[in-house]
Design a protein around this ligand. Structure first.
Ligand code: NAD
Ligand code: ZN
Length: 362
């Protein structure tokens, strides 16, 4: 059984199909490939697993495809790899009607989306996300881009896909650590705006980690529904889209402080969300039992809940708060209750210091 959600953005609306075995149902794509030709962008890990199978499915409905295979890794999410995509598109004389299909995780999806946004000032774009993180987060919402040596995701565009196809079967080859990292974002949706989803996760987290297809499908559907609702209300992040960054200010500091690649993004988000919960508790908004409840769920998802001890001043520096602590205002996404996040603009610096000391090892 396939679930279909619509991200309603006027003429830029698009469907997200979620289910098992979708990958081979190429007819779902047909309406978006008017000239019978596509370019698939993937990477050296995913292509050997899925490219041929996917191309065979396309051939069965008379769609021809070229492929561009990128090196695997966040360190390649840059302008020289992007150029490699443009080279292939130009060499193959791709036209404005030729869709680009991203077959991969968030790195492939973000880069392919940006290539699609910019090649010939925009060509159609289809997402086939292959990590849980990409299925519940990066493939939905239209943020595309690459990294710059001076900052992550600093070059990019808002560019919505025509369609997202999330096949739960492809998650069977995903490493356990990557699966858990995706679960961190799934838990995030429950925490920020969906208490009943969070309660469902508390009852089903082990089944989810065992990759039970129906459980995955439900978790991905609920996550995408939550993300789509937020994006529909605030496509360009002028307001509530910021709530999706719960745990991310701390998480990014952990990721970059430990050296990119040592902590996965979702791992940083898990420990960072516990820190945000701790800070919410210090503000008196939630109780210590709520913080424990959150920790417990991340632990069951095999995610870290204690941050590395980088030192308070290093954390403040990495979060860009070193000067704000002395006077400026700090903004955090915090919890008013489990299932209800808010942007807090007035966090007392001493409470932040306490959180930074309480939530680290040692
Ligand atoms: N656009 C957005 O809104 C948004 C949101 C969140 C994250 N992101 C971006 O997403 C990226 C992270 O994405 P990610 O977590 O998917 O990482 P990723 O794309 O690097 O994939 C993780 C690893 O899993 C491998 N892999 C992917 N699918 C596989 C499969 N089915 N089987 C086996 N291995 C597989 C990949 O090759 C890679 O080695 C970051 O660059 C981040 O900035 C973007
Ligand atoms: Zn994230």
């Amino acid at each position: 059984m396939m679930e279909t959600l619509i991200v309603g953005l006027g003429e830029r609306s698009y469907p997200i199909h979620i289910g098992s075995g979708l990958f081979e149902q190429a007819e779902l794509l047909r309406a978006h490939i008017p000239r019978g030709r596509v370019v698939i962008v993937s990477n050296t890990t995913i292509a050997p697993l899925y490219l041929e199978k996917f191309q065979r499915a396309l051939r069965s409905i008379d769609i021809s495809s070229e492929s561009v295979i990128l090196p695997d890794g966040e360190q390649y999410k840059n302008s020289s790899t992007l150029n490699h995509i443009y080279d292939a598109l130009l060499q193959n004389r791709c036209e404005r009607t030729t869709p680009l299909i991203a077959l991969g995780g968030g790195v492939v999806g973000d880069m392919t989306g940006y290539a699609a946004a910019t090649y010939l000032r925009g060509v159609p774009f289809i997402q086939i996300p292959t990590t849980l993180l990409a299925q519940v987060d990066s493939s939905v919402g239209g943020k595309t881009g690459i990294n710059h040596p001076l900052g992550k995701n600093m070059i990019g565009a808002f560019y919505q896909p025509k369609l997202v196809l999330a096949d739960t079967d492809v998650l069977n080859t995903l490493p356990d650590k990557e699966l858990s990292a995706g679960v961190a974002e799934v838990i995030k949706y429950g925490l920020i705006r969906d208490l009943s989803f969070l309660e469902w996760l508390e009852s089903n987290i082990e089944k989810l980690l065992l990759r039970d297809a129906a459980t995955l499908q439900y978790a991905i559907t609920c996550s995408c529904q939550n993300k789509a609702q937020v994006v529909m209300a605030d496509e360009r992040e002028s307001g509530q889209r910021a709530l999706l960054n719960m745990g991310h200010t701390f998480g990014h500091a952990i990721e970059s402080g430990m050296g990119y690649g040592n902590w996965l993004h979702g791992e940083g988000v898990a420990a960072g969300t516990v820190m945000a919960a701790d800070l919410s508790q210090r503000l008196g908004w939630i109780g210590t039992h709520d913080v424990l409840r959150i920790r417990k769920l991340f632990e069951r998802a095999r995610l870290p809940t204690v941050a590395p001890d980088l030192g308070t001043s290093k954390y403040l520096e990495l979060m860009g708060l070193d000067k704000k602590v002395e006077g400026g205002k700090m903004r955090f996404v915090l919890l008013k209750a489990i299932g209800k996040a808010v942007v807090a603009g007035d966090v007392p610096p001493e409470l932040l210091q306490e959180t930074l000391q309480a939530c680290v090892y040692g």
